[in-house]
Each structure stands twice: as C-alpha cells, then as structure tokens.
Design a protein around this ligand. Structure first.
Ligand code: SN0
Length: 311
C-alpha cells in the first residue's frame, strides 16, 4: 500500500479484512517491521480512539510514534501565494517538508468547516500534505472521509455476521451539534464494496452526497428500513444540500431497544446517550460499539503494515 487516504487505496479488501482479523490473534507478529520507523500523527481536531488505537497499532509493529496537536503549534497557511501578514505563521509547504524529514509515515486528522462545501470538498489540509510531504499519508478523518473507521466497521461486520449476506442499515439519528459527513460517507463506500444488503435511512433533506450514495437504497421510513436488519449503524450528520445545517432534531429518530429488535447496534463513537441512542441499547448485548472500537487498532495496524512493507 502506498498511502491510505481513501478506501480505494486498499487493493484487496476481503483479503485485508481477513488479515486484520488474523492480526488480532497475534498482534506482535510483525514487531520487527516498524523498527526504527517513525509515525508522526497530526491532530487538527479532537480524538480519543483514532489517536490511541493508531499509536497502539504502530507500537505493535515496533514503530516510534510522535503526536502533535496542531492547535498547540503555529497557525498553518494553506493558500498558494498569500501574503502572510495575518494570523498564520507557517505555510504548509515548509511544514509538510520538514515533518517528512522526521517521519516515515504522516497521519492527519482534519475536520471540515461545515460552512463552505466547495472549500471542504477540496480537502485543503490532507491534499496539501499529500502534495508537499515526501512520505506516505494516512487519513485519520478528513473533511469528507474516515477510511480507517470504515475499515474497522467492515472488520466488525465480518466478525459478527451470522449469514453470508447480512442486512446492514445506516441510520441517521438526532444530535445537538452539526456534524461532518465523513464517517457516513466512508461507511456507505465501504458497504457498497461488501457482500451486504445495504439500506440508508434518514429524514428528507439529509441525503448524503449523491456521488457517494450512487444507487444505494434510501428509505425515508426508519421503521420500514429496520425490518429484518442484522446491523444498525447509527450516525448523525448535518444536511449536505443545505450544507452544514441542522434541519430538524426529531427525537423520534433516536435508536431505541424496541426499534432495534434483534439487530446489532454499531456507532463509531463518541455517542450522545439518550439523544442518538437510548441507554437500554448501549447497555445491552445488542451493542457492539466497544468491540467495534477495538477493531480500530487492527484496521490501523493492517494499513500501517501494508505501507511499511512498501517503504
Ligand atoms: C466526529 C464526527 O465526524 O461526527 C468524529 C467521529 C469519529 N464526531 C463529533 O465531532 C462528535 C462531537 C459531539 O459533540 O458529540
């Protein structure tokens, strides 16, 4: 693997998922692979799972890890040709080249503004790191995608499925804050590549980017969508067409024990209890969110392994 900025960077998805599950049995198997190699992780936004699981994955492979909370360093400039007489002290051109001298792999987290759709879709931070860094880049959630999460999700579904082609539903749920589309986008892209019966459900107005959902089935009635579901993957996102807006916070869309039935509950976390999903679900055997989060380590590890083997 040359980099992991999008799901399409994985050449053989089924094989990668299989290998990630095998890694769980023996996580230190490739301890020599990352010896004297350094992962630099750059966080433009908050992180709990991504930060810790990616560091753990790197260390399982024998790597050194350095983490920078970008908010604690110089404000970076991304525009070409700007006169830098305002807030930004350092241009991405220097920063990316300098960091590349300290790192063998650079991982970046950078959320969208959710204000300017065109600007967010240009992915200025991750795109400029790809452009100016001289080492492979890993996307730890960008404006429009969270491919490490999607890989962990696919691993989790593979582990928990009880039939060859399980029914997987992606359900929107209410949230007090406007949230990015990245997790939902990557989950949709991932499910389109897997052998699953996939349905998306959300209130009208919450359609994701049609270039991503393509011909995936959208059912606006949540109850109907949930019929015979094996997995209910829940995530809030703000409107895409009315970019970044919260159209309605309809509490009826919250996931309840009754609605879930016998399906497994999945969520990338962090999750707002009793807004997105009720306690009775999260605290039940139906919830697999903790095991799903554990798979973040093995998703990151199989990706790092693939990149290290190609350095
Ligand atoms: C992020 C998101 O993309 O939705 C990260 C998920 C992995 N989630 C949040 O920002 C949640 C914030 C909140 O206040 O609940």
């Amino acid at each position: 693997m040359k980099k992991y900025t999008a799901i399409k960077d994985i050449e053989n998805l089924s094989e990668t998922i299989k290998q990630a599950i095998e890694l769980k049995e023996n996580p230190f198997q490739y301890e020599a692979l990352g010896k004297q190699k350094t992962l630099v992780m750059l966080f433009f936004n908050s992180s709990l799972r991504t930060r810790l699981s990616t560091e753990k994955a790197a260390k399982n492979l024998g790597m050194n890890v350095m983490t920078l909370n970008v908010g604690e360093t110089w404000d970076l400039e991304f525009e070409e040709g700007t006169i830098m007489n305002l807030k930004s002290a350092e241009h991405i051109k220097e920063a990316a080249q300098v960091i590349s001298q300290y790192a063998d792999i650079i991982a970046v987290r950078a959320f969208p503004s959710l204000i300017n759709r065109e600007q967010d879709e240009l992915e200025p931070i991750i795109t400029n790191f790809i452009k100016y860094a001289s080492v492979p880049i890993i996307n730890m959630e960008s404006a429009t995608a969270h491919p490490l999460q999607a890989l962990a999700d696919a691993i989790t579904i593979e582990e928990f499925k009880r039939s060859k082609t399980p029914k997987v539903v992606l359900s929107w749920a209410p949230h007090p804050k406007k949230l990015p589309h990245a997790v939902a986008n990557s989950f949709v892209e991932m499910m389109q590549k897997r052998d699953v019966d996939f349905v998306i459900t959300h209130p009208p107005g919450y359609e994701l980017d049609p270039r991503i959902t393509k011909n995936s089935i959208i059912i606006y009635n949540q109850e109907e969508a949930f019929q015979n579901a094996d997995f209910v993957y829940t995530k809030n996102w703000s409107s895409y067409s009315n970019y970044g807006e919260i159209l309605k916070t309809d509490a009826n869309w919250m996931i309840t024990k009754e609605k879930l039935g016998t399906a497994k509950f999945m969520h990338c976390l962090p999750v707002r209890r009793n807004v997105v999903v009720e306690d009775a679900v999260l605290d039940s055997e139906h919830s697999i969110v903790i095991k799903q989060a554990n798979n973040r380590t093995f998703a990151a590890q199989i990706v790092l392994k693939g990149i290290l083997e190609n350095l």
